[in-house]
Design a protein around this ligand. Structure first.
Ligand code: ARG
Length: 578
C-alpha cells in the first residue's frame, strides 16, 4: 500500500480530517495522510475511508490507554455525522467513514464539468509527484532474431510507463535500444555473405534475415570455419571497416522501417531508435576510463573485469572486455547510459526487460556508481516474468506481426458470431484494437514480475475481467441511444465513488510502475457501469429510484471519459462501437 503524502486532500478526506482535528485537537494534516481510501466494492453500504486508530496509537499520535477497542469506539462516538459524512462506525481498531452518495455524485460531476477530459489529472496528489525528463527504454528487439513474447511484454509495459509518465507531466523520451551489434551480428553478416539474397531481403526483410540467422547458427555448430568468419566480421565491424559497415547499415535500416510499421499497429512509437552499435567508440572510452580509475583488472585469460565484491575477492565480478579486445553487452550498456545522460540529461531512466536480466542491470548501475556517476541512483530496471505458450495457428511466434494478426483474426471471428455486433465502417480495425486490448489487459492484470500462461480463448472472452469486456463497456457508454435517466440508485453512486479514486490509482501506479492498479480500477468501474446498464428499465416497467435523474447521464459520460483516459494510458485505443 502506498502511503498518502500530506498534500493529498480531496474534498471528503479534508472534511473527515477536519472532524478528527476538532475532536482531538491535532492539525488536520495529521489525519489527511492517515485516512485510507477504500476501493469500491459491490457491497452496498461499504465505507469510503478507513482510519487506523491502532496505527495512530503505535506512532504515538494518540495516547494509548491500553484498551484499543474501547478507545476506538469512544472516538467513533465522539465524531459527529453530518450531511457530508453520513456514517461513522467503529471496527476492530479502525473507524470507517461513509460519505453522502448524493454529495459524492455532485462532487464528481462538478469536477468532471470543470476538468473534462483531464478528469482527475489536476489533483493535488498527482501535482506532488516529481516531474522531469524520463528516459524509458523498452521493446529493444535484436536484429534477425525472434521477436519473442518477452519483447512484446517489454513493448507494452514500456509504452504504459511512458504514457503514464507523460500524462503526469514528465518530459518522456521513448527509446528503442536495438540489438544490432555483437558476435551474433557478425555471424549473421557472415551468413548473409555466403547464402543471403538481396531480392529476398527486399521482399520480406525480417523473414529473410531470420532464416539466414537460423541457418548460419546451425552451420556454425558443426563448422569452426563459419564461427571464425562470424568472429572476423564482428572484428571488422568493431574496426569500422567500410564494406562491413555498409552491410550492417542496410540490415539495420530495413529492420527499423519494418518494425515501425508493426509498432504503429500497436499504437506505439519511439522518439529514438538507438542500439548497441552506437556505443562502440564510447565503449572503448569507458574501458579507458575504468583503467585510469583503477577499476578494470586484466585476468590471466586476458579478459578485462571489474570486481564488484564488497571485500575485493572477485566473488562478484563483471567482464567488460574479451581477450581479443572486443566489447560485451554490459560494456555497451555502460557507454549507452553515459551517452544518454550527456545527450538527454535525464532525471530518471527506466529499463524494461524480463527478470532474467536483473543481475545485469544491478551490475550496470553498480559500475556506473563506482565510476562516480551518481545519477545511476535514479536508474531503474522494471523486470517482468515469462509468458508461456504464446502460439499462433502457424505455431511458434517469430514476429510481432504474427501475434497481432492472430489477435485480430480471432477477434474478427468472435465479432461475426456475436449477436450484439454493430454495423461498423471498418470491422478489421475494430477487431485489431479490441484484440490488442485483450493482450494488454491479460498481461497487466497481475504483478509484472509474475509468469503467466497464455490462452487466446480466455483473453478474448466478452465477459469477465478482459480487455474485450472493457471495450464493450466503453462502447456502450458512448452510445447516444442509451436511456440513462432512470438507473437504479446503487451503481451510479458507486461509479462516482470509484471514479473519484482515479488520481489515487494513477498515483499508486506512478510509485511502483505497476499497471495492475489501473487495470483493477478500470475493471471495477466497468463492472459497475455494466451493471447499471443492465438495470435500465424495459419500456413500460415502473421506474426505479434514481439519484438526480438528470445528472445520471453526465455521470456516465464522466465514467466514459475516465475509462477512455485510463485505457489510453494502458496503451489501449478505446473503440466507440463493437
Ligand atoms: N536486446 C536485448 C534483448 O533482447 C534487450 C535490451 C535491453 N536493454 C539494455 N539496455 N540492455 O534481450
Amino acid at each position: 500500500m502506498v502511503t498518502q503524502p500530506i498534500h493529498m486532500a480531496c474534498f471528503f478526506r479534508r472534511r473527515i480530517a477536519s472532524k478528527l482535528s476538532r475532536c482531538l485537537g491535532l492539525p488536520e494534516d495529521t489525519f489527511i495522510s492517515a485516512l485510507c481510501a477504500i476501493p469500491v466494492s459491490k457491497k452496498q453500504q461499504s465505507p469510503d475511508f478507513r482510519l487506523s486508530v491502532k496505527a495512530l496509537l503505535s506512532k504515538g499520535i494518540l495516547p494509548d490507554n491500553g484498551d484499543l477497542e474501547a478507545q476506538t469506539k469512544t472516538l467513533a462516538n465522539q465524531l459527529q455525522q453530518d450531511d457530508v459524512v453520513e456514517e461513522i462506525f467503529a471496527g476492530r481498531g479502525v473507524i470507517h467513514f461513509r460519505v453522502s452518495r448524493i454529495q459524492l455524485v455532485q462532487k464528481v460531476l462538478e469536477q468532471s464539468r470543470k476538468e473534462r477530459d483531464k478528469f482527475g489529472m489536476k489533483s493535488e496528489l498527482l501535482k506532488g509527484l516529481k516531474k522531469g525528463t524520463t528516459v524509458v527504454e523498452f521493446s529493444s528487439p535484436n536484429i534477425a532474431k525472434k521477436f519473442h513474447a518477452g519483447h512484446l511484454r517489454s513493448t507494452i509495459i514500456g509504452n504504459f510507463i511512458a504514457n503514464l509518465k507523460g500524462s503526469l507531466g514528465n518530459n518522456v523520451i521513448r527509446m528503442n535500444y536495438l540489438g544490432d551489434w555483437g558476435m551474433q551480428f557478425g555471424l549473421l553478416a557472415a551468413g548473409f555473405q555466403s547464402f543471403g539474397c538481396q531480392e529476398k531481403l527486399k521482399m520480406n526483410p525480417l523473414q529473410h534475415l531470420f532464416d539466414v540467422y537460423v541457418q548460419v547458427n546451425r552451420e556454425a555448430e558443426n563448422d569452426e570455419a563459419v564461427e571464425q568468419a562470424g568472429r572476423e566480421f564482428f572484428r571488422q565491424l568493431e574496426q569500422h571497416e567500410q564494406h562491413a559497415m555498409a552491410l550492417w547499415r542496410q540490415f539495420r535500416e530495413i529492420t527499423v522501417s519494418e518494425y515501425r510499421k508493426v509498432y504503429k499497429r500497436l499504437g506505439v512509437h519511439f522518439d529514438v531508435y538507438s542500439g548497441e552499435s552506437f556505443h562502440q567508440k564510447q565503449a572503448q572510452e569507458v574501458v579507458l576510463r575504468l583503467q585510469t580509475q583503477g577499476l578494470l583488472k586484466t585476468t590471466e585469460k586476458g579478459t578485462g573485469v571489474v570486481d564488484l565484491s564488497p571485500s575485493g575477492d572477485m566473488s562478484n565480478y563483471s567482464t567488460l572486455l574479451r581477450s581479443d579486445g572486443t566489447s560485451l553487452y554490459i560494456t555497451r550498456d555502460l557507454a549507452a547510459a553515459i551517452n544518454r545522460k550527456e545527450i538527454h540529461n535525464f532525471d530518471e531512466m527506466i529499463y524494461v526487460t524480463d527478470k532474467s536480466q536483473g543481475n545485469h542491470f544491478q551490475q550496470l548501475f553498480q559500475i556506473l556508481l563506482a565510476m562516480g556517476h551518481l545519477w545511476a541512483e535514479r536508474c531503474q530496471h522494471v523486470p517482468f516474468g515469462l509468458v508461456q505458450g504464446m502460439k499462433t495457428r502457424l505455431g511458434e511466434v517469430v514476429f510481432l506481426e504474427d501475434v497481432l494478426d492472430e489477435a485480430q483474426a480471432r477477434m474478427l471471428r468472435n465479432m461475426s458470431q456475436a449477436k450484439t455486433t454493430k454495423e461498423m465502417d471498418d470491422p478489421e480495425d475494430t477487431a485489431e484494437k479490441v484484440g490488442i486490448s485483450a493482450l494488454i489487459i491479460q498481461d497487466f492484470k497481475g504483478p509484472l514480475v509474475s509468469d503467466y500462461k497464455f490462452d487466446w480463448d480466455r483473453i478474448l472472452q466478452a465477459q469477465g475481467d478482459t480487455g474485450v469486456f472493457l471495450q464493450y463497456t466503453h462502447a456502450r457508454l458512448c452510445s447516444p441511444s442509451a436511456v440513462w435517466n432512470a438507473i437504479a440508485i446503487q451503481e451510479p453512486t458507486a461509479c462516482a465513488s470509484s471514479a473519484d479514486c482515479y488520481d489515487e490509482v494513477l498515483y499508486q501506479s506512478a510509485c511502483d510502475l505497476q499497471p495492475k492498479h489501473l487495470v483493477n480500477f478500470l475493471m471495477t468501474l466497468s463492472h459497475l457501469a455494466a451493471s447499471a446498464h443492465r438495470h435500465l428499465p424495459v419500456k413500460g416497467s415502473p421506474q426505479p429510484a434514481t439519484v438526480y435523474p438528470s445528472d445520471t447521464k453526465s455521470l456516465f459520460s464522466c465514467v466514459c471519459t475516465v475509462l477512455a483516459n485510463g485505457m489510453r494510458i494502458l496503451g489501449i485505443t478505446p473503440v466507440e462501437k463493437i
